[in-house]
Design a protein around this ligand. Structure first.
Ligand code: PLP
Length: 396
């Protein structure tokens, strides 16, 4: 451990606060470190490995692609990319897909699309985008500017112009922020990095109506909430509305880097050859991995299982809340679940790690549980046992 830690610090940018564990193998909901210790994974590489680690169908797709064709660029047609786009449009509101390599790039594309769409329809100068406080949209200059958290901005000013941050879950706040320069609203249906925040049932319907009324594109960042995480293939499905644009990434290729921007035909028309591009986006290897992933994630029985395990996790966390007064709230949907504490969460993350369970803390006080979606009751029971043991010692 000391060697890898030291080599890492000597040679890699100091941009991450790393937990002192080096993983060498994964299988399903389990991981093993370099000493052979086994862990139960309730983080899934930050909501990425939704089918679990090294899922055989994805592994097979990667292996056969690696032997057949890895990259030719978007100057040519490739079958997996076209097939994947057809699947994504069949399974969602969208008519068109643009492939990227990450969530930030998918959001970057959506921001550009919103500006270009508005330019085409309303002329120059109408480029402002309303986003939410405590949002997270990525770390490129435009997406960090879109992110409503000053800790992400600090030191990188001047930010990209034209972003206004309003309170999440307040229609009045969006309404008040709209000017004749506004072109779009960008929002996560569930705020992930901002502490697992859910909106009231009416919020997204009203937001949809407001965007129609004011000719604004409604962009959903489903980088974290999408692809089965909340118990439906996309989180928007549970709001009874559809956005104009949606971004995906994290779980799209079950661990390979891939993102996508999906849009209605009407919005997508703003991009034409020369307006946006990427060298790697949608290459055959990642697209085949994504096809294998999506084939399993989109199965209604699979999604049913996510909702069932999610409901079970919610009720078992509820039992802990009854027992421990420092748990303020249990909240979540599907397997995007968290408990808000009235004390810092970080110490519990390391105690869980010692006990062989990987969880994570977001927004200082929220313990987040985003396991592989293949997790079932036995995995939940193990997590609860470990948490209960740790919480018990905390109150003593
Ligand atoms: C993770 C995340 C991003 C950024 O994705 P990267 O692949 O790290 O660039 C953007 N939006 C949301 C909601 C995310 O959770």
């Amino acid at each position: 451990m000391r060697d890898i830690k030291q080599q890492c610090h000597e040679n890699i940018f100091n941009t991450y606060t790393r937990t002192p564990v080096a993983f060498v193998k994964g299988d399903g909901c389990r991981l093993w470190d370099d000493s052979g210790k086994e862990y139960l994974d309730f983080l899934a590489g930050i909501a990425v490995c939704n089918l679990g680690h090294c899922h055989p169908a994805v592994t097979r797709a990667i292996a056969s692609s690696a032997e057949e064709l890895v990259h030719v660029s978007n100057l040519f047609y490739t079958y997996p990319q076209v097939e994947l786009a057809a699947e994504l449009t069949r399974l969602s509101f969208a008519d068109k897909v643009f492939f990227s390599n990450s969530g930030a790039e998918a959001n970057e594309a959506a921001i550009k699309l919103a500006r270009k769409y508005s330019w085409d329809h309303f002329g120059p100068g109408r480029f402002h985008i309303i986003t939410m406080k405590n949002s997270f949209h990525g770390r490129t200059l435009a997406t960090l500017s879109a992110t409503g958290q000053s800790k992400v901005h600090n030191g990188f000013e001047p930010l990209v112009e034209g972003f206004t941050y309003v309170d999440f879950n307040s229609i009045e706040a969006v309404d008040a922020a709209i000017t004749d320069k506004t072109c779009a609203v960008l929002v996560e249906p569930v705020q992930g990095e901002g502490g697992l925040n859910f909106a009231s049932p009416w919020y997204f319907r009203e937001l949809r109506a407001l965007c129609v009324k004011k000719n604004l594109l409604l962009i959903f960042d489903e980088v974290q909430s999408g692809l089965g995480r909340t118990g439906s293939l996309f989180a928007y499905e549970q709001e009874g509305i559809t956005p104009d644009v949606m971004t995906l990434a994290k779980a799209l290729a079950n661990g390979l880097p891939m993102g996508a921007m999906l849009a209605t035909e009407e919005a997508a028309k703003a991009f034409v050859p020369g307006t946006h591009a990427t060298t790697f986006g949608g290459g055959p290897l990642v697209a085949n991995a994504a096809l294998a992933t999506l084939g399993i994630l989109s199965n209604p029985d699979f999604l049913n299982g996510v909702r069932e395990t999610g409901a079970y996790l919610h009720s078992r966390l509820g039992e802990l809340k009854q027992r421990y007064p420092f748990i303020k709230e249990v909240r979540g949907r599907g397997l995007m679940m968290g408990i808000e504490l009235d004390i810092p969460g970080a110490p519990f993350v390391s105690k869980c790690l010692d006990a062989g369970v990987i969880i994570n803390c977001t927004h200082e006080t929220v313990l987040r549980f985003v396991p592989p979606l293949i997790a079932g009751r036995p995995e939940v029971d193990r997590l609860i046992d470990v948490l209960n043991g740790i919480f018990e010692r905390e109150v003593k």
